[in-house]
Design a protein around this ligand. Structure first.
Ligand code: CUA
Length: 313
């Protein structure tokens, strides 16, 4: 099922209802026009009639009825109904959120998503965890060009602008993972600027927040410890943050709990050790134009770096 036709929250539900209504109305108009066309074709050309006769007048007034009725009255009625229902839907989806809203800051970057929970200070990337049954208030902005935030199953789409914060409210009814995308062309890797919205029960959400609040785990084992050294030598911390290690760059995604995430490179690759190594070794192969530089290491050093990052749960 396409996400848009299978809404998983009240906001998306309102939008889907309007979409179906417009689809049915458009379909009915199409069927009506085709039916009239078929009738006209089947009747064929009618024999000529005497100008000024009663028959001519009857035909002319019939033509006028079709033109005024079908060409003016019917479209005005349908467009007015659609306009009114669109206004009702727009008001419904932009209502102030009732209940206790979760506030999340979302910053669009070329080509990934920075996600911050201001109440708890948690920062993550390309994965938005939300509790079900509560409105989620997203404050959207961009660090560079215009992006657009869209989780089709959960709600409408809204632009992220460099100089203004836009607010979008979403809500999920059921736990689940919903794919989100960037819906505004923003450069070479626009198509690979995706993310996952993870809707969780309140308890699961709270324990997720607790875990994310923790600083990065100390590496255990020689290999992961060597990986941490390489992370420092390669100066990964100029762009990435790993809380508790001194790495505090903000050009790239926060890696404090990277191992807890399901995907890499903005939902481009599954988060497995193999993909992590391929990604770090040659990012341009997967995302041409990405600012992530290739990490050139011997196989054993790369393995150690992967082991370290894989320990950051
Ligand atoms: Cu960001 Cu398209």
């Amino acid at each position: 099922m396409v996400a848009v036709t299978d809404p998983a929250g009240p906001v998306a539900g309102e939008i889907a209802e309007l979409m179906w209504l417009m689809t049915w109305l458009g379909g009915a108009v199409f069927v009506l026009v085709m039916a009239v066309l078929v009738v006209g074709l089947l009747r064929g050309r009618q024999p000529a009639v005497e100008p000024g006769s009663a028959e001519t007048e009857r035909i002319e007034s019939s033509q006028t009825r079709w033109i005024v009725g079908g060409g003016v009255v019917l479209p005005v009625v349908i467009v007015t109904v659609v306009f009114a229902l669109t206004l009702v839907t727009m008001m419904a989806v932009s209502r102030e959120p009732g209940g206790e809203a979760v506030v999340i800051e979302v910053v669009g970057h070329q080509w990934w998503w920075e996600i911050e929970y201001p109440e708890s200070g948690v920062v993550t990337a390309n994965e938005i965890h939300i509790p079900i049954g509560r409105p989620v208030e997203l404050h959207l902005r961009s660090a560079d060009v215009i992006h657009s935030f869209w989780v089709p199953a959960l709600g409408g789409k809204l632009d992220l602008l460099p100089d203004k914060t836009n607010t979008l409210v979403l809500e999920a009814d059921e736990p689940g993972e919903y794919r989100g995308v960037c819906a505004e062309f923003c450069g070479l890797q626009h198509a690979k600027m995706a993310f996952v919205a993870v809707a969780m029960t309140e308890d699961d959400y709270q324990s997720w927040l607790q875990q994310e609040k923790e600083p990065a785990r100390e590496p255990s084992g020689a290999m992961a410890r060597r990986g941490l050294e390489i992370f420092g030598e390669q100066e990964c911390g100029l762009c990435h943050t790993v809380a508790g290690t001194g790495a505090d760059g903000d050009n790239g995604p926060d890696l404090t709990h990277i191992a807890s995430r399901g995907t890499l490179a903005a939902a481009t690759l599954p988060n497995t050790p193999e993909h992590l190594g391929q990604w770090m070794g040659d990012p341009q192969r997967f995302k041409e134009g990405t600012q992530m530089p290739a990490v050139e290491l011997s196989d054993s050093d790369m393995e150690a770096l992967i082991a370290y990052l894989g320990s950051l749960e």
